[in-house]
Design a protein around this ligand. Structure first.
Ligand code: ASP
Length: 364
């Protein structure tokens, strides 16, 4: 055999042997580990998603009748998306949401988000105040993990109840790595909203939630999510209001402006203990001169006054028709009155300085 042939035989032998060994190795290797599902913890607080009526076509019903275990059992399909654990934080209509539940909920979400074996959190909630709770959590829970609120307009017993699919979609988003770092999200009716942008726009329609100024974060159809944008403003991961630093929240009242407004309610709110006021102004945060004068007098005394708007969409700009510098007011910019109130309460826990608080309205 020539030297060349000898070498090629040796090569064939080596390659053959290596292939054989490879095949044997492949046959004897342990079967690939079964992909583990992400873990999502469900915190239930009540609302219509847990509501029940006496019949499936009845407008009257009671919020917060169904417990978290029943909620989970009603959507067994969600178990294919994530390993689920449920906890009952409260069982109330969200019109009764209060500071005690907020602080308990925020502390629990924060603790769960810090656990290495928890990938996301879903919170079931009533639709009435979901935008406030979502925005509050967005400001106080320091995490990049997905925190997703969901709700329903129709009680669990209704014909075409919207809760089960909303819940399924919320679990899908909470289990989705792409949802991380986008702030607190609200998933309702196939849409993924950011906490600072969404607002309830219809008292009864299933398509009640819109994000009119900033648009949607994404959409989700039968668990398939698509994300279009990140959060607007500082939130969760880079908040300066971590829940661990909060023991209570000061009183802040919202007063709606209207034709012939005087300053009586402004004074009454301060007399009742308000440390801050949000005016749901007409148009670009406007009010009568009489109300402006009373508000300015309160601002001089150290009550922090924010001008927002009763108009459903649009910004309230600083010093557009009202000279905020002269009066010592804060402009709400993109926040509606109910979210301005949430931010002002957190801000007042840290400072009474109007410039600092305007900076916070700029940033969050
Ligand atoms: N009143 C109910 C609630 O906010 C409405 C709802 O959930 O749709 O709890």
């Amino acid at each position: 055999m020539s030297r060349r042939r000898e070498i090629s035989w040796i090569l064939v032998l080596v390659v053959g042997l290596a292939g054989g060994i490879g095949r044997v190795a492949a046959q004897t290797a342990a079967p690939a580990a079964k992909a583990t599902l992400p873990t999502v913890v469900v915190l239930a607080t009540g609302g219509t998603i847990a509501g029940a009526a006496e019949s499936d076509v009845q407008a009257g019903y009671k919020s917060g009748q169904v417990g978290v275990e029943q909620l989970l059992a009603a959507v067994p399909q969600a178990k294919k998306l994530a390993t689920l654990r449920g906890e009952q934080v409260a069982n109330i209509g969200s019109q009764d949401m209060n500071d005690e539940v907020w602080l308990k909920l925020a502390r629990r979400v924060s603790a769960l988000a810090a656990m290495p074996d928890v990938d996301g959190v879903v919170i079931t909630h009533g639709t009435d105040t979901i935008e406030e709770t979502a925005y509050f959590l967005n400001l106080v829970v320091k995490t990049r993990k997905p925190i997703v609120l969901t709700a329903a307009m129709r009680p669990s017993t209704a014909l075409s109840a919207d809760g089960p699919l909303n819940f399924f979609n919320a679990v899908a988003v909470a289990a989705n790595k792409e949802a991380a770092g986008r702030g607190v999200l609200v998933v309702v009716n196939d849409w993924i909203h950011g906490a600072s942008s969404l607002t309830k726009t219809s008292t009864t329609a299933v398509q009640t939630f819109l994000s009119p100024v900033w648009g949607l974060i994404g959409t989700v159809a039968y668990g398939e999510a698509e994300f279009y944008r990140g959060p607007v403003g500082r939130n969760t991961q880079d908040t300066e209001f971590p829940i661990e630093s909060i023991t209570s929240l000061p009183r802040v009242d919202i007063i709606m402006a209207h034709e012939n407004m005087d300053g009586a309610l402004i004074e009454a709110a301060v007399a009742a203990g308000a440390k801050g006021l949000v005016i749901a102004g007409v148009g670009n945060g406007n009010m009568t001169q009489a109300a402006l004068d009373v508000l300015a007098a309160q601002a001089k005394k150290g009550i922090v006054c924010v001008r927002s708007s009763r108009v459903a969409t649009g910004r309230v700009g600083r010093s557009v028709e009202v000279d905020d510098d002269k009066y010592g007011f804060v402009a709400s910019l993109g926040l509606n009155p109910q979210k301005s109130r949430v931010l002002l309460r957190l801000a007042l826990n840290r400072t009474k300085d109007v410039k600092q608080i305007q900076r916070m309205f700029d940033e969050y």
